[in-house]
Structure formats: structure tokens, C-alpha cells
Design a protein around this ligand. Structure first.
Ligand code: C2E
Ligand code: MG
Ligand code: MG
Ligand code: MG
Length: 280
């Protein structure tokens, strides 16, 4: 992009771009390393709570990377690099394998896994997923695949066919970050999914912003009319939980319940069987 801004500006930004490119290259190498020896990578799990019963009914697997030198890196800092380099394919498969182990360990809960566009585009995605799930001894019905809308922008028909095959095999599919894409509604028509997850930007202002509340209510109505489960992400307080439950939202996820936790911590968290409807 900088090239189009004219020669002078390109030169001005060149040193900065060099540093960025260098850093990305380093992180890519380090991530490849981490994947080969499994050092520093882990999966944390954030509970998803049934809005009516207040019980945990599922978990979202979220990758974590504790870099030996740089310390903990947020997914936003390395997922894009993994996508550009193709490392998202082995990384995504590794996360899925961990998630399947968790699903076998807690068979009453579903486990949701984020799937990148890059993974969806690989020719043998369905076969790879089936292979990993089968090897883990996990039922496909326990695994939910989360796809973001932006992911689906290109090669839509191929992506739709892939998702269709996965649903036929018993996997559930969720549309993540719903409402932030360019054409959320046309996606809903084009891609048969089981669930929509309302992006947390709509949940943030639920108390103060009448428009955010109207959007949430409408999405719930729309989702239910289409026979879909509606989940809200980013629930941070009691008021949001109550408003979302009143609006008919089916599932809730957010820091109000807990942040994503390491495997053993989330198992302990679930064992306590907190009913969040009763939490003051
Ligand atoms: P996402 O799939 O929308 O996941 C939800 C993100 O929101 C997580 O951030 C979670 O920690 C955060 N979150 C949950 N509740 C709250 C809340 O109440 N308030 C706030 N402010 N945030 C909340 P995280 O773990 O940093 O992940 C960010 C994104 O990185 C994910 O967004 C997902 O798109 C991507 N990601 C994470 N793990 C994977 C993975 O294994 N594979 C792929 N392809 N992408 C991943
Ligand atoms: Mg997600
Ligand atoms: Mg999300
Ligand atoms: Mg999100």
C-alpha cells in the first residue's frame, strides 16, 4: 500500500517497514519452533453458559503462546502471522486435537474451536478434521467449529460446501463475531450454520446504548426464526447477563463468568457447578 502513496512517503516508512517485516519473520520462525517441540503453546478454555439454567454447557478453546523471551503473546499478535505463513494449518490441527481430548474428558460439554479461512481453504480440511476427531475417540457432535464472517468473503461456494459436509458429519458450525462483517445477513442465507455468536462490541454498550440493545434483540429474533442458537460473547456484568437472558439469548460467554482458564483450572471450575443465575 505504501508504494501508492508516492516515493517520498515510501522512503520515509521504509525503515519502519523493515523492522515490522523482520519481527514478523522472527515470530514466524519462533512459532514454527514452538509447534515442532510443543514448548510454550497451550489451549485455554472459556465456559459458555446456558442463559436459562445458568449452567456451563460448553467451552471455547483459545490458543495461548507463552513465548520464552517475549512472554505471553495474545492470539491477535501471532494468529495473523500464522495465517500468512500457513502455520495456522498445523497450529489449528494441534488446537483441535487438544480440544478433542477435552471433549472426551468432559463429555457433557461441547468444545468450540476457532477455524481460520486458511484452514477452510486447504483441500483436505474435512478429512483432516475427521482424522483428528476419530483419533481422539471424540464424537463430532461434541465439536463446534467457529467461523468468522470475514473468513467467508472469498471462495464462498467452496467454503459453503466444506461447512455443509462437516455439518452432515455431525459437527456443529457457529458464525463468530456476528454483526461485524460486511454482509452478515447474506452470510446467514448462504451458509447453513447452527449458531450465531453476537460480537462483544454489541454487548459492551448494552446498558447505555438503546441501539445496541435493539440490534441484540433483533438478532435474537432473527436467529430464532431461522432455528439457530444465539450466543452472546463478552458478557462482563450481571446487568448484561439479565438483559441478554430477557432478550431470549440462549448462551452467554464472558468475563462475568470467567476468563479462559488452563485445562485443569477449567475442569475444577466446572466441578463447582456454579449456577450463575443465582450469583449476586
Ligand atoms: P474469538 O473467537 O471471538 O474469542 C473471544 C475472545 O474474546 C477471546 O480473546 C476471549 O478471551 C475474549 N473475551 C471473552 N470474554 C470476554 C469479555 O467479557 N470481555 C472481553 N473484553 N473479552 C472477552 P482471545 O483469547 O485473545 O482471542 C482473540 C481471537 O483470536 C479469538 O476471538 C479468535 O478469533 C482468535 N483465536 C484464538 N484462538 C484461536 C485458535 O486456536 N485458532 C484461530 N484460528 N483463532 C484463534
Ligand atoms: Mg471464537
Ligand atoms: Mg467471537
Ligand atoms: Mg470476537
Amino acid at each position: 500500500k505504501a508504494k501508492h502513496d508516492g516515493r517520498g512517503r515510501f522512503q520515509l516508512f521504509a525503515p519502519f517497514m523493515d523492522e515490522t517485516v523482520k519481527l514478523r519473520g522472527q515470530i514466524e520462525d519462533e512459532l514454527r519452533h514452538a509447534l515442532s517441540d510443543g514448548q510454550g503453546l497451550s489451549v485455554h478454555y472459556q465456559p459458555e453458559v446456558d442463559a436459562q439454567s445458568g449452567k456451563v454447557i460448553g467451552l471455547e478453546a483459545l490458543v495461548r503462546w507463552n513465548h520464552p523471551v517475549r512472554g505471553p503473546l495474545a492470539p491477535g499478535e501471532f494468529i495473523p502471522i500464522a495465517e500468512e505463513s500457513g502455520l495456522i494449518v498445523p497450529l489449528g490441527e494441534w488446537v483441535l486435537a487438544q480440544a478433542c481430548r477435552m471433549a472426551v474428558r468432559l463429555p457433557d460439554l461441547f468444545v468450540a474451536v476457532n477455524v481460520s479461512a486458511v484452514q477452510l481453504r486447504t483441500g483436505n480440511f474435512v478429512e483432516r478434521v475427521v482424522g483428528i476427531v476419530t483419533a481422539a475417540g471424540c464424537r463430532p457432535g461434541l465439536i463446534e467449529l467457529e467461523i468468522t464472517e470475514s473468513v467467508l468473503l472469498d471462495e464462498e461456494s467452496a467454503a459453503a460446501a466444506t461447512l455443509h459436509r462437516l455439518r452432515d458429519l455431525g459437527f456443529r458450525v457457529a458464525l463468530d463475531d456476528f454483526g461485524t462483517g460486511y454482509s452478515s445477513l447474506s452470510y446467514l442465507r448462504q451458509f447453513k450454520v447452527d449458531k450465531i455468536k453476537i460480537d462483544r462490541s454489541f454487548i459492551n454498550n448494552l446498558g447505555s446504548d438503546a441501539e445496541a440493545a435493539a440490534i441484540v434483540t433483533s438478532v435474537v429474533t432473527l436467529g430464532h426464526a431461522m432455528g439457530l442458537t444465539v450466543t452472546a460473547e463478552g458478557v462482563e456484568n450481571r446487568e448484561q447477563m439479565d438483559r441478554l437472558s430477557d432478550a431470549g439469548c440462549n448462551e452467554l460467554q464472558g468475563y462475568f463468568f470467567t476468563r479462559a482458564l488452563p485445562e485443569d483450572a477449567v475442569v475444577a471450575f466446572i466441578a463447582k457447578q456454579t449456577n450463575f443465575r443465582n450469583v449476586a
